[in-house]
Design a protein around this ligand. Structure first.
Ligand code: ZN
Length: 331
């Protein structure tokens, strides 16, 4: 079967291959969840007042004990996100967990971005939910110091309004913060530029300031980007043609953008140059991103519906060939 962690076809009886069992569950293969989606939402309502994980999509903390994943109000080692329950204002809600999982696998395997460990897991009735291992605790349950970019850049709802996460800040402002605050800034900047190009290619219109964070180990001064998280093709669920990306790349537009009205090769090249990457580093990211054969292979092994797979591949191809690699000659 296809491993629910790495999406590779393997001869396995369990849901996860050996490597994924090790990465995601410390080498102990978990039993299927002992509750279904309905019970998930009941537990979530019960925990709601005590929960400390934020975000819009419904999620719940899990602890892992005696091969069992058990819902817990706070400080769980895992986060479980199922497909929404009932009528929701989006298209294809049943594909949400598979979409996020696939996007995380692409982040890790195609772009070689440090990405949160994650997989799919079966509810008691077999329905798949998305599960991810928290990265903000050490093995001894010490909490990492973590701050998202809304907080780092001093953007708040009081000052910047309800849409503060999308704010007037640009991705270059995030790069400047990486330069200023992280010791290994070039590693973090290269990683960040990759994330922006990934989000563009997979049509993630929700890569806002709260979806990027810095963290450091307890009592250490080693601030760096957290593993990548919360990435998915949002356009498949909410078709908003007006916004290509959650935020602008930089303050001004290139002459190419002014002429054609959308982001193309020169915009990303200029973004990478502003960020301080060399020409070779930029070309190397573009080469990774252009590995359409492997992208398609992963999409086709994913647990998306057939319609979802078609949409994902088409939107990736369009963004790659008609946008990222498109280099119009504008005088
Ligand atoms: Zn695997």
């Amino acid at each position: 079967m296809i491993c629910l962690g790495c999406l590779v076809e393997r001869k396995i009886k369990q849901n996860y291959c050996v490597k994924c069992t090790k990465e995601l569950f410390g080498g102990v293969s978990p039993k299927p969840l002992e509750f279904d989606k309905k019970e998930f939402y009941q537990a979530r309502a019960e925990f709601a007042k005590r929960m400390n994980i934020s975000g819009v999509q419904d999620k719940i903390s899990l602890k892992f004990e005696n091969k069992r994943l058990i819902p817990i109000a706070s400080q769980g080692e895992y986060i479980l996100k199922p497909a929404p329950f009932g009528e929701v204002g989006m298209s294809n809600p049943a594909d949400l967990p598979a979409n996020e999982h696939l996007s995380m696998v692409i982040s890790k395997k195609i772009f070689k971005i440090r990405t949160a460990d994650c997989g799919l897991i079966k509810f008691s009735d077999g329905e798949l939910a998305y599960i991810t291992k928290r990265f903000d605790y050490t093995d001894t349950q010490e909490k990492f110091d973590q701050e998202d970019f809304a907080s780092i850049l001093g953007v708040t709802p009081a000052k910047d309004g309800a849409d503060y996460k999308y704010s007037s800040k640009t991705y270059i402002d995030c790069i400047k913060a990486l330069k200023a605050y992280t010791p290994a800034s070039m590693i973090n900047i290269l990683d960040f530029v990759k994330r922006i190009i990934l989000n563009y290619l997979i049509s993630n219109g929700d890569a806002h300031l709260k979806n990027f964070s810095l963290y450091s180990q307890p009592n250490k001064n080693d601030l760096m980007l957290t593993p990548n998280y919360d990435v998915l093709n949002t356009r498949y669920h909410i078709n908003n043609e007006s916004s290509d990306m959650a935020m602008e790349l930089f303050d001004t537009h290139t002459k190419e953008f002014d002429a054609i009205g959308f982001l193309s090769h020169q915009d990303f090249k200029k973004f990478a140059t502003f960020a301080g990457l060399s020409q070779n580093q930029f070309i190397s990211i573009i080469t990774q991103a252009s590995n359409i054969k492997d992208v398609e292979k992963i999409v086709n092994k994913s647990y998306l519906s057939d319609e979802g797979k078609k949409f994902y591949i088409k939107s990736y191809r369009d963004r790659l060939y008609k946008r990222l690699l498109y280099n119009p000659k504008i005088k």
